[in-house]
Ligand binder design. Sequence first.
Ligand code: NAD
Ligand code: UGA
Length: 388
Amino acid sequence: MNICLLGAGGFIGSHLAEWLLRQGDHHVVGFDLLDDKLKHVRGVANFEFFRGDIRKSAAEVQQMIREADVVVDLIAYVNPSLYVKMPLQVFQLNFTQNLKIAEWCVAEGRRLVQFSSCEVYGKTLAAIARNHLADPDDPQLALFDEDRTDFILGPLDKHRWIYASAKQLLERVLHAYGLENQLRYSIIRPFNFIGPRIDYLPSAEDENPRVFSHFMTALLTGAPMKLVNGGSSRRCYTYIDDGIECIGRVVLDHSGVCDRQVFNVGNPSNEVSIRDLAVRMRAIYDQYFRRSGDPLPDIVCVSAAEFYGHGYEDSDRRIPDIAKARTLLHWEPRFDIDETLYGSMRYYVEETRKASCTSESTPRQPSVELTDRRQLEVDQPTLDQLCP
Ligand code: NAD
Ligand code: UGA
């Protein structure tokens, strides 16, 4: 297949490029503003990369789409602090520019795999009607089904929801193009993927990363790990290798079984509160990675207004119902929460220490080790050991 990966240089895009190139004779053409996460596939015969800005490269991207069998669109602003700081730019990139990609796919008759987000589900019923529910902690209230669950987003002045709204509207337009123009699309809703190369490389800085990267920086520097509003929100963390295994099957689907389908991609067994995430990451760091004399960070609480500014509101809880991916793709996530955290943390610890040992001014090529369960089972601490 000729596969066009828009946003190939990002966290998910770089892993997907690597996975697709490992599957055989597929030709992958990547496009992104950045390519530092693609060093491990640079030079591979079946891989081509074009650096560019989607806002300025219409003709080039249309040509790439024309030559592709399938187009995968990952381009977006993806960090909540950006939704609060620059909501208009988030809308313009995540909706307006992505809509153009979809329209080019319609015009060229190309299949589109569109990255959306679990954020489209918004908040749970428990978040808005807690006092009226017999058991507000019932996980069924947070179990999101692609084709049946309603979307609950906050009011206008909580502009964090512009990301979810932009993704949701794009999904609705794709659905309409499927109905009226026979567009062959598949929509992916990832649930909090983490792993090597999320957000920043150890050589780079990122003011706006997601929580895993904030906590990782704190562990590596000794600065406090900050819990926004006490860290009571919950997430299901999914190891990148699990996510890619599922998404890869969608991209390579020849049967048409994925056409006009939405897929939740996440690990429903890996739910933790953000407070629990901080405690587990600190315990894993202490047990496996801390060198004598290195400080262990404090865990402190901050308000959302202090951390993000005005306009932030949180998604309280979200658990993926993955029955569809199980049935249609025969996919099952394999990595539990501690393996997921350990594998993701190990990359950052090793890369940071390699970078600090080398005299080279440019970052060293990341050693892409795909964590494997057998190896981890040997080292894996029990939950009691981690969080006594
Ligand atoms: P990422 O930020 O690592 O990847 C996005 C890529 O888009 C980046 O490499 C960036 O350089 C590129 N990009 C941004 N603006 C561009 C522009 N103007 N022109 C060209 N390229 C541009 O994020 P990610 O985590 O890999 O997410 C990929 C997709 O998956 C996004 O659509 C995101 O909304 C969605 N998603 C991710 C997660 C997750 O758990 N990581 C969860 C839900 C949804
Ligand atoms: C993320 C982003 O919107 C997208 O990357 C993506 O669409 C989606 O969710 C996903 O990854 O599935 P969110 O999970 O809210 O949203 O992003 P984080 O920045 O990782 O925040 C997670 C939680 O940690 C939130 O409750 C946040 O308030 C909290 N947080 C964040 C802290 O307690 N401390 C921090 O230092 C940072």
